[in-house]
Design a protein around this ligand. Structure first.
Ligand code: ACO
Ligand code: KIV
Ligand code: MG
Length: 516
């Protein structure tokens, strides 16, 4: 069966989404999960864009064994040199070099003639090949480029040694028929196109990224690029979980396989959502929380008689467990640890102990512990900033009455280890908490977005808070889950601030490492 390679760019194009700011520990966690998910290639970042990206790409390349790890580079020696330093420890060093080919990008952005662009691309690929056995070259904004010019430049970059050619629809302008036709044209006109991997990279500005990717596959693409949950620049990238499930469910029609471990989809999607703070729309295909919900009577009747009347994808296929866990306040440590392992978590003994204590506290207050509850608990422990100096909420108290001014008192352990207690007012309970916390962190904080939702169903469901804020000029998203939404809100606020502290501390460590 023909195999389609899955190129995941959640950590590069996905991280380019407004408001996402992952630290190295979180990127490592996502990369490990992408490996379990079965991504053929993981684009771990853009090493030359910042020391933080460099560090994350290097660590991921040195850790991941079952997927190829790549990094993005502009068509310039310095970007390629930096990328080599980051990627050389990987299993099969792979570089992704790009250069725009559309008239508008060449003239206004690069300020180069088409001939100069051909030369720069060829030089970059030749230079990259001195280090990397695998070099992917992308014609940025390929879909809006002159097809004859694409043939000319691709002929030459293949001769220069490129092993993959990527044809991005950078601005999401294509329709499936047109995008498929471009792949067909290139297949028919580029010399040696069958010696390289041909790749599709679609953006979702017109909501057609997945359809366009499938059209490319139908017309000869060997690889599709995208992100988990479709996150990415502007309206995002093609959602890989949708492509993988579509090809699987319609194997009868396409006769293709991807190598994706479909039962890892739910977990991968949840992890990406949890760490990026980007919520999944309820009706999103495959991973939305309503994707398997059958609400109307006639549908429920059909489902009871034969599930296949209305269900083309089973929740089990993507690793969703619907049955409640036989776990609650009477469960013991062995069953709990066993559950962590079954769910794919690798936690240290200390992390497991802390998670178990939290689980017991939760089980005292909540009737039924769901897999979703455990997932957030384990993930939270796994990426805790063990060695970082951060803020920790020790107490929050709110006085609220319909005719009183709300007052919040927060107690926080600050990075120096001191415990600070501050009380202040606000127009509402949440504002009072945020005002008090702003006084604790001593910086200018601008709240850009704030959302509260529930994890699972029922009146005792956990509350999830997401806070997107600007702190001293940088944007961070924080998230927390608690049984009380005010506590979750306070912790989510501090989580966003802590992400900045962790990033700053990572940067300092990078500088020390470079100096020594
Ligand atoms: C379609 C995509 O997704 S492309 C990837 C987008 N990702 C990012 O931009 C990652 C975050 N970016 C950054 O951190 C910064 O932009 C950096 C570090 C990469 C570069 O920063 P700066 O050196 O300050 O340049 P700046 O971003 O302002 O401008 C980009 C420069 O690169 C040039 N450039 C853009 N693409 C390419 C390319 N593929 N190859 C060579 N040069 C390029 C531009 O023409 C411009 O050059 P100029 O300074 O001569 O006008
Ligand atoms: C860097 C390239 C592949 C890209 O992300 C795009 O063109 O959208
Ligand atoms: Mg892109």
């Amino acid at each position: 069966m023909r195999k389609i390679d899955i190129f995941d760019t959640t950590l590069r194009d996905g991280e380019q989404s407004a408001g996402i700011n992952l630290n190295t520990a979180e990127k490592m966690e996502i990369a490990r999960q992408l490996e379990r998910f079965g991504a053929t290639v993981i684009e771990a970042g853009f090493p030359a864009s910042s020391p933080g990206d460099f560090d994350a790409v290097q660590r991921i390349a040195n850790t991941v064994k079952n997927s190829t790890v790549t990094g993005l580079a502009r068509a310039m020696k310095s970007d390629i040199d930096t990328s080599w330093e980051a990627l050389k420890g990987g299993q099969n060093p792979h570089l992704h070099v790009f250069l725009a080919t559309s008239p508008i990008h060449m003239e206004y952005k690069l300020k180069k003639t088409p001939d100069q662009v051909v030369d720069i691309a060829v030089e970059a690929v030749k230079y990259a090949k001195k280090f990397f056995p695998l070099v992917q070259w992308s014609a940025e904004d390929a879909f809006r480029s002159d097809p004859a010019f694409l043939v000319k430049i691709i002929n030459q970059v293949i001769q220069a040694g490129a092993t993959t050619i990527n044809i991005p629809d950078t601005v999401g302008y294509a329709t499936p028929k047109e995008y498929g036709a471009l792949f067909k044209y290139l297949k028919e006109n580029v010399t040696g196109i069958d010696r390289v991997k041909l790749s599709a990279h679609c953006h979702n500005d017109l909501g057609m990224a997945v359809a366009n990717s499938i059209a490319a596959i139908e017309n000869g693409a060997d690889q599709v690029e995208g992100t988990i949950n479709g996150i990415g620049e502007r309206a995002g990238n093609a959602a890989l979980e949708e492509i993988a499930v579509a090809l699987h469910i319609r194997k009868d029609y396409y006769g293709l396989e991807t190598g994706v471990h479909l039962h890892e989809i739910k977990r991968t999607s949840q992890l990406v959502s949890q760490l990026t703070g980007v919520m999944i729309q309820p009706n999103k295909a495959v991973v939305g929380k309503n994707a398997f919900a059958h609400e109307s009577g006639i549908h429920q009747d059909g489902m009871l008689k034969n599930r296949e009347t209305y269900e083309i994808i089973t929740p089990e296929l993507i690793g969703e467990t619907t049955a409640p866990l036989a776990m609650g306040k009477h469960s013991g440590r062995h069953a709990f640890n066993d559950r962590a392992i079954t769910m794919g978590f690798e936690l240290s003994e200390d992390q497991l102990n802390e998670a178990f204590n939290e689980f017991k506290r939760l089980a005292d207050r909540k009737k039924e512990i769901t897999e979703d509850d455990l997932f957030v608990l384990f993930t939270g422990k796994q990426i805790e900033y063990a060695d970082a100096d951060i803020y920790e909420l020790t107490n929050v108290q709110v006085q609220y009455g319909t005719s009183n001014v709300p007052t919040a008192t927060v107690a926080v352990t600050v990075p120096t280890g001191e415990n600070v207690v501050i009380a202040t007012t606000g127009a509402g309970s949440v504002e009072a908490i945020f005002n008090a916390l702003e006084m604790v962190v001593k910086g200018h904080v601008n709240i850009l977005d704030y959302r509260v939702t529930s994890i699972g169903k029922g009146r005792d469901a956990l509350g999830e808070a997401i806070v997107n804020l600007r702190f001293n000029g940088e944007t961070y998203t924080g998230r927390d889950i608690s049984q009380d939404v005010l506590e979750a809100s306070a912790k989510a606020y501090l989580n966003a601030i802590n992400r900045k502290l962790v990033k700053d501390q990572e940067k300092k460590m990078d500088v020390v490492a470079v100096e020594s």
